[in-house]
Structures are given as C-alpha cells and as structure tokens.
Design a protein around this ligand. Structure first.
Ligand code: GCB
Length: 580
C-alpha cells in the first residue's frame, strides 16, 4: 500500500501553540482483523466496511462488528504490550477514536501522526482519506472542510506485517511493536500557514534555513530571535543563507553547554516558535570538529524502548529517564538506532547538550533493486530530515546499518545520501558499515560507501561474535579515505545479576572484560573519533530466545530492561570520566 494523501509538515505541526492543537491521545477502541475482513466482502472491497463505524439502526439490522464493545488501546502505545493476546500480533488492526468539535471550522485542519507502525489507511466519518507506509516517521492528513461542529469518527487501519519489500524488511534484531505508537493530534492552522521552517548553522558559521508556506504564499516571510535583537525578511519557499559576518553575536550551543534561543517564524497571519542552537560541525581528517574544537564522541546506542516494561518509548518522560542514564554514563553523544525516534528524544538531546546520530531503518535484507522500496525509503528520508534539521543536537544522519557491498546496494544508498544532502547540506552523513573481522592486526575499510559518507561507522563485535579477547587491544582500524571512524557498535551479552568468572559467557564479568579490552583498543586507534557501544538498555527482540538468560531480550545492555546497572556500565563510565 503506497503512501498517498499524506504530507510531511516537519516538526512545526507538533510544535504549534496549545490553542491550535487538540490531542487525540488516550483510549481508542480497537478490533484485530487477522483475516482482513473489515474492508472486504465476498464480492471484493466492501463499501460498508468497518471504517464506517456503524451501529444497528433498527432491531433487525445485522452489523457484525462493534467498536464500542471492542478492545481498549492506549495511544500513544504499542498494541503488543497492552494486551497479552496481541504480543506477537503482526497483522491488521482497526483503531477508532470519536471526537467532538464545538467550533465552526476556519482556516485549515490536519490530523498529525507522530508515527504509526508500519502501514496505515486513514478514514474520517466513513470516507477514506489517505494511506501511509513506514513505521517511524511523522506525517499529516488534511481534513479541512470535514470537521464541522459535532461528533466525528476517525478510523485508522494499521498493519505491521513484515514484508521483503518494506523498510525495515523481514528480519530485525528488535521487536516489531505495532500500532499508533506516537501521539495523534488535530491541528488547526490559518489558510496560509507555515508548513515547515528551520534555521541551522553550517560549517563555515553561516546560517541556512527555509520558511515554507502553504496556501496563498506571501511575498515575504520573517524570522526573529528577540533575545539577540535580530530579525530577517526572507522569501518563502526558498532556501536562504545568512553569511557568517551577518550572524548576530551569540553564544554557541556546545556539547555540555546547550545554549538555545527562541526563534519565531512568521508568514501572513501565521506564527510559529521553535528553539535553535548555533554550532558548527565538520570533519578534519579523522577528527570530528564542533565549534572549531575536536570533540571525541563518548557515546551510547539506544533503541526507542521505554526505560521499564519493554514497551515502545514515547514522550518526554521516557526520553528524560533514558537521557538521565546516558548522562550518568558521561556520554556526550547518543546513537538513536535503528530508525527515527520520538521527537521528544531529540528535544531532550538539544536541551542537555548531547550530540545525536539519527537513523533510517535501512537494515538487513533490503530489496535494493525494487523501485517502490526506494521510493518509500526516500519518503522516510524526507520525514527524518524535515523533522529534525532545526535541532542543533543532530550532527549525523545515518542512512543505513550493516549492508553488504554490491552495486545495487551502493546505488540505492547513494540516492538516500543525495536526498539527505539536498534537504540539509550542513550536517554529516554516515552509515554503520558491516566489517568482517580482519585476520591480522589491521582492518582496512574499503566498502565503497566509505567514499560517499563523511564519517565511517563501524559495527564490530570482537570478543563476542568472533576473535579472542586477548587480541582485541592490538587491533587497528584504518580506512581508504582517512575519514573519522566511529565504532557505532561493540559489546557483549550479560544477564543482570549473573556473576561468575570473566571467561563465563552471559556473566556481568564477561561483558565488563570485553569492554575493558575494547577500550584499550579504541584508545590506541588514531582514526577513531568516537564510539556508541551496543547498547544502553536490554531490549525486546524475538531473535533472542535462550531460556533463563535472554527470554526474548537482547542482553547487550549496560542496564537491564528494568534499569539495573551491570558492571560494564561502570567500566565505560570510568573511562569516559577519565577523558574529561
Ligand atoms: C548488530 C546490529 C544490531 C544488533 C546487534 C547484536 O550488528 O546492528 O541491531 O542488535 O548487532 O546484538 O547482535
């Protein structure tokens, strides 16, 4: 089901003033539909499917579904962890939310979805409006002219079926949480409105941005940073730059010192506020340089899983706890793997002064030669970049994780890189490369993707999937291009509370010893600009079944699924502290 009728309006839709937004979060009614009967009759597509949300009008009327008597699901939330019978459910499910509008319509109205995993079709008052494919990006559906005074029925048919032509595809080492897992909002904007706007600093200290306007486009738009006594008239729907010499005097946003300013964008009668930070990011040889200073990325990888309970993470509270842990570790960098995370996560990174790597779900087994797959991945790329290109914390766009070299692969990913750079020419582009363990001391990275990206992500599991622990410290990594290398993954599995000898697999001691050896190696690798070990927290995955140890969790976390710290947490914390 290709995406039709939806639009990517950037983060601004969800940053609108309180009066413009009505939350549709809360309890929705839900009907699982494993045989896909809700939209079909024996004769084909049903005119009177469940999307009509009907009730019998007289005692003899036969209607074989009833949302009112069906399941309750909380939104935002995954369905898998709310209802035990839905734990492994990967088929279709109908959501229904009724809401009442008290005011006559004016201007334009959208329903904004933070993300829906994986595909969905949206119906309002019985009419089909749009469909969307891709489980992690934000999108909106215009409902102008349809939301008069009275009660309305919003029905969303969601499926999270894994398919070879989807992105991600059939196999992921994370749980395929289905449903409306991020917030849903009704947003009212003026007839001519700002659909997306951004302002960011390029490597040469100039500012780059856009004020995009939808409707009766005025000849000029305006942005203002009152605190700096600075404003600019700009042409709507055109990229503008402000040369470094014209940038007002300001304090930089820097890792550990996150100075943010409020910027107000105005066009016609519309006005949207956002926060911005000024910082440069670039590479110099094998270094990553922020605001002219070489910064070693002391990172940690994270999945979008809540701090407790193994649910899909959403909202500011989950983000705050996850970042508390990262901060306690002494991290100045997070890898938000393996797909676009909740907006609250990057907002938290902005607020705390933590650099962020954000990522597309281009993961194992993608159909590189499938045009439709590429089209959808480009749409997911738009959603990723449009939402976050105003965030100073975001410094790395990652377009793929562990892909195998080949011409079709490189062409596919090359198109994604091109798209990212056209949407945001100011940040660095990376990929986590799959690197086979070198036999000798040196691994020389030659994957042709290295040519196309700015920073080389290396996932390596010496001491866990391969190699002797005793050999790790002597390993050296170089690349054909002399670019910065980030060890985007490394680690070992341990069950919290399982203690023993450091030669005994699954113990905290074993994991801690792998970290010690890896740290020794990394410290001696000149081209290494940082690391984001795998991973902050144990996370759910159907791939990990070992009874008594994994029980459905990947155990490479530095904390357990309930937040209990393992010994390796302290090993990494102490090393990061020693680097200050
Ligand atoms: C990887 C993948 C990551 C897995 C991890 C593991 O290379 O990128 O998604 O979870 O290894 O634990 O094996």
């Amino acid at each position: 089901m290709p995406t039709t009728g939806t639009t990517s309006l950037s983060h601004l839709l969800s940053r609108r003033a309180a009066g413009e937004t009505t939350s549709l979060d809360g309890t929705w009614k839900a009907i699982p539909d494993p045989y896909d009967v809700g939209g079909f009759s024996i004769l084909g597509p049903a005119k009177d499917g469940w999307f009509r949300d009907r009730k019998p009008q007289h005692p003899a009327e036969r209607i074989e579904y009833d949302f009112d008597g069906s399941l309750d699901l909380q939104v935002p939330g995954d369905w898998n962890t709310q209802i035990p019978e839905l734990y492994y459910y990967e088929a279709s499910l109908w959501y229904r939310r009724r809401f009442t509008t008290a005011e006559e319509e004016s201007g334009r109205t959208f329903v904004h979805f933070g993300a829906v995993n994986h595909s969905c079709t949206i119906y309002l008052d019985g009419d089909v409006l749009a469909s969307h494919e891709g489980g992690y990006g934000p999108f909106a559906v215009e409902v102008t002219g349809r939301i008069g005074v009275g009660e309305h029925s919003l029905v969303v048919l969601v499926d999270c079926i894994r398919k070879p032509d989807r992105v991600p595809a059939m196999r992921t080492d994370w749980f395929n949480f289905g449903g409306l897992h991020r917030s849903v909002d009704l947003v009212r904007v003026p007839s001519t409105f700002i659909s997306s706007a951004w302002l960011t600093m390029a490597a040469d200290g100039s500012l780059v941005g856009e004020v995009n306007v939808d409707g009766d486009v005025p000849t000029s738009a305006r942005l203002e940073i009152a605190e700096l006594g600075w404003s600019r008239e700009v042409t709507p729907n055109e990229r503008f730059t402000v040369s470094a010499t014209d940038v007002p005097e300001h304090e930089r946003w820097h890792p550990g010192a996150p100075r943010l300013y409020e910027v107000v964008f105005e066009a016609g009668t519309d006005r949207v506020a956002d926060s911005v930070g000024f910082r440069t990011v670039e590479t110099r040889g094998s270094d990553i340089v922020v605001n002219g200073e070489v910064v070693f990325l002391k990172g940690i990888s994270m999945h979008a899983e809540g701090p407790t309970g193994g649910t899909r993470a959403s909202g500011a509270e989950d983000a705050a706890t996850l970042f508390d842990w990262a901060e306690e570790l002494g991290a100045n960098f997070v890898r938000l793997a393996h797909y676009q995370h909740d907006e609250a996560m990057v907002a938290e990174a902005d607020k705390r002064g933590v650099l962020a790597w954000v990522e597309l779900p281009v993961y194992w087994g993608i159909e590189w030669s499938n045009e439709a797959t590429l089209t959808n991945t480009l749409e997911q790329t738009n959603e990723l970049v449009l939402r976050d290109r105003c965030r100073p914390s975001v410094v790395l766009w990652s377009v793929a994780n562990e892909t195998f070299p080949g011409d079709e692969r490189t062409a596919f990913i090359g198109s994604l890189i091109e798209r990212v750079r056209s949407l945001d020419p100011t940040r660095l582009v990376t990929c986590a490369l799959f690197t086979l363990p070198g036999q000798g001391i040196e691994t020389h990275i030659e994957d042709p993707l290295g040519e196309l990206i700015d920073v080389i992500g290396v996932n390596q599991y010496y001491g866990w999937y391969y190699g002797e622990r005793a050999d790790i410290a002597s390993k050296r990594w170089t690349s054909e291009w002399g670019k910065p290398i980030i060890f985007s993954e490394l680690g070992a599995g341990a069950k919290h509370g399982n203690h023993g000898d450091d030669g005994e697999i699954w113990t905290e001691e074993f994991q801690a010893a792998v970290y010690e050896a890896q740290i020794e190696m990394i410290a001696a690798n000149d081209d290494c600009a940082g690391l984001s070990p795998w991973i902050l927290k144990d996370f759910r995955t159907p791939m990990r079944v070992l009874p008594g140890i994994q029980d459905g969790y990947n155990r490479k976390g530095l904390v357990s699924e309930e937040g209990e710290k393992k010994l390796a947490f302290d090993v990494l914390r102490s090393w990061y502290a020693s680097l200050d």
